[in-house]
Structure formats: structure tokens, C-alpha cells
Write a protein that binds this ligand. Structure first.
Ligand code: PLP
Length: 346
């Protein structure tokens, strides 16, 4: 007998971005924040006692819920804490999808979505993304779960929140808006949570709050969806250290805002400089840019950067194979990248 279900035997699984072991590389490939989290985060972790670790953590992460609710002007009951944003995606697919209850999204987008659908044996309806995010087609499909990544990875574009409201009202299923990168965008969908009972927002502490290593994300939704998601989540999805760290991080809004501003400033500079170097770079609402290599094959540029210990992301997919996804680094990292590209492109 096969050890695994057919779908597991047949699927390839998700491939995370490459994590180089060496410390002296320029790492611009997995959209981490180049600046450290608030010093309060390390203090909060140091303040943990053996007693905090001996006992199970708060299953609801109440301290974080309260702190986040204050910052976001929602109720603590609107927040579900998860082991990274990825865990919320998994919970939503587990809760909403099975054979006959498909998942729909527009491509290109985050490559984890189809993997989760495969895991749960549900059909995937993949639409080619147009300039407006293909929202009208997604409304027509009306899947059990529709995911819109906003701003989208890897295309960096933010769709108008009013257009998402129109989609939410057209759908009879659930609309999950993946806002992992929203901290770097001009708008966000939080007002939809009170307006629509079929909307859940995904937030991540990995990007804006510099906590990718802690694994902490959360969902924001109304009472109706919350009841179902609570049934499906792990008993203790976030550990004591992660709760302490994430709470301290979200409470230090000054540090968060300063880091986000520095990234936005560098994003504008990198966009200008790359455009001057013969790349096409659409405006980005995220902490990365998607640069179209006009003069040279993107794969070749990517490989030449790797030889110089500079890591960006290359996707060997038809709609992305002429582009590089580049995380915004510190000014020094970005300069190293620009110098290398000047050499490579000539
Ligand atoms: C679009 C998107 N959504 C969600 C996530 C999940 O983030 P995390 O699990 O680190 O919170 C990522 C991570 O890179 C992402 O790119």
C-alpha cells in the first residue's frame, strides 16, 4: 500500500526561497525586512521565564490580540493569531475547500496557494491576471474560496479596495485578501471586515515588523468566519516567545513606521536607478520590486549576481522568466546590487 494519499504521492510540495548559509552575502531574495525589529522585541524574549515555557501558551494569544486591535482599530475578537501568515492560508483552505469546493485566484501570485489546494484535494481555478487583477472573472467563477493577494506578489501592484468590495459582494463564498505586504502600501482592506461577513484579511509580522524568524501572522475577520476558523486552527498555533515578540513589535509603532519609511525611500531610489540601467520597473506597493530585464536574459543576470554572492529571486515561469524579483535592502546592499548590475549589463 502507498504510505500517503494519492494527492500527496503525486504532488511536488512547496519550495521555499533559497536561504544561503554564509553571513557575508547580499540577500535580497525572500522579502525579509533588512532592518532589525524593535529592541523591545529582544527585551520581551529575554523577560520570558522558565515558568512561561513550562506552561502551554495562551491558545488565543490574548496580549497580542489586544495590542493589535488597538493599533488597527478593530476588536480583539476580530483577530486570529497564526504560525505565520502561511498558517492562516492553510487554515482557510482546510476550512473552506475540498473536492467540489474549489480554490480560485489569478496568476501570477503566491505559489503556495495551489500547493495548499493540492494538499486538501480540491480543484484549483487559475485565471490569468489582467491589469485589474481579473476580479470580474473571479466573481463569475464564485469559488468556495477566492484568494486575492493585495498588493500582489510578485507583481507589486495594489488593487483599489473598492474593487475588492465589489468582488466581496458578488461572491457567495469566502474572499481571503492576502495582505502580507500591505504595510508598504498606500491603502488596505480593513474597512471591508465590518462591511462583509465573507472577508478575511491575512497579515504577517514577517515583513513590516522584521519578525520572519519568529513565525507570527494573523487574520482579521468578522464573527461568522471567525467561528469556523477557530475550529480549524491548531490548539496552540503561536508559542510563548512568538507572542511576546509580536506583541512588543506591534506596540512599537515608531520603530515600525521608521523602518517602513526607510524601505519606501530606498524603493523609490532603486526603481529610478534600475530604470536608468535599462530595466522596466513598475511602481511597487511592496518591499520588493519586479524588474524586467530589457538588455539581457533575466536568468543570466540572476546567475551572474549569484556568482557575486548577491541573491535575488528568479522564477522560471512563462510570465516571469524575463524578470527578477528584488527585495529592497539597506542603502549599502542596494548599492552593491546596482554596482554589480552595472558590471553585468555593461
Ligand atoms: C504573498 C504572501 N503571503 C503570505 C506569506 C506568508 O508570510 P509569513 O508566513 O512569513 O507570515 C508570504 C511570505 O512570503 C507571501 O509572500
Amino acid at each position: 500500500m502507498a504510505y500517503f494519499r494519492d494527492t500527496i504521492e503525486q504532488m511536488a510540495g512547496y519550495t521555499p526561497g533559497f536561504q544561503p548559509k554564509e553571513a557575508d552575502v547580499v540577500k535580497l531574495n525572500t522579502n525579509e525586512n533588512p532592518y532589525p525589529a524593535s529592541p523591545d522585541v529582544l527585551q520581551a524574549i529575554q523577560n520570558l521565564t522558565a515558568e512561561n515555557l513550562r506552561r502551554y501558551p495562551d491558545p488565543m494569544a490574548g496580549t497580542f490580540r489586544k495590542a493589535a486591535a488597538k493599533v488597527l482599530a478593530v476588536q480583539p475578537e476580530n483577530i486570529i493569531c497564526t504560525n505565520g501568515g502561511d498558517d492562516l492560508l492553510n487554515i482557510c483552505v482546510r476550512a473552506c475547500c475540498e473536492r467540489g469546493r474549489p480554490l480560485a485566484y489569478a496568476q501570477p501570485t503566491y505559489s503556495l496557494y495551489p500547493v495548499l489546494a493540492q494538499l486538501h484535494g480540491c480543484e484549483v481555478i487559475e485565471i490569468q491576471r489582467d491589469a485589474n487583477g481579473s476580479l470580474e472573472q473571479l466573481a463569475e467563477v464564485n469559488a468556495a474560496l477566492t484568494i486575492v493577494c493585495n498588493p500582489n506578489a510578485p507583481t507589486c501592484q495594489l488593487l483599489p479596495i473598492d474593487a475588492l468590495a465589489t468582488l466581496a459582494s458578488a461572491l457567495s463564498g469566502v474572499l481571503l485578501i492576502d495582505e502580507a505586504y500591505v504595510d508598504f502600501a498606500e491603502d488596505n482592506g480593513i474597512r471591508l471586515v465590518n462591511e462583509f461577513d465573507n472577508v478575511v484579511l491575512l497579515r504577517s509580522m514577517s515583513k513590516g515588523y522584521s519578525l520572519a524568524g519568529m513565525r507570527f501572522g494573523f487574520g482579521i475577520t468578522g464573527k461568522r468566519l471567525m467561528e469556523g476558523l477557530m475550529k480549524v486552527k491548531d490548539s496552540y498555533p503561536v508559542d510563548a516567545a512568538a507572542i511576546a515578540a509580536a506583541t512588543a513589535a506591534i506596540q512599537d509603532q515608531a520603530c515600525f513606521k521608521a523602518n517602513v519609511e526607510k524601505i519606501k525611500t530606498e524603493r523609490a531610489r532603486l526603481t529610478d536607478q534600475l530604470s536608468a540601467l535599462a530595466f522596466e520597473v513598475p511602481n511597487s506597493q511592496t518591499n520588493f520590486i519586479l524588474a524586467h530585464c530589457v538588455k539581457k536574459e533575466a536568468k543570466e543576470v540572476y546567475e551572474s549576481l549569484v556568482q557575486r554572492n548577491i541573491f535575488v529571486r528568479y522564477f522560471a515561469l512563462p510570465e516571469l522568466e524575463d524578470k527578477l524579483r528584488i527585495t529592497i535592502g539597506t542603502p549599502q546592499q542596494n548599492n552593491q546590487l546596482l554596482d554589480a548590475l552595472k558590471e553585468i549589463i555593461g
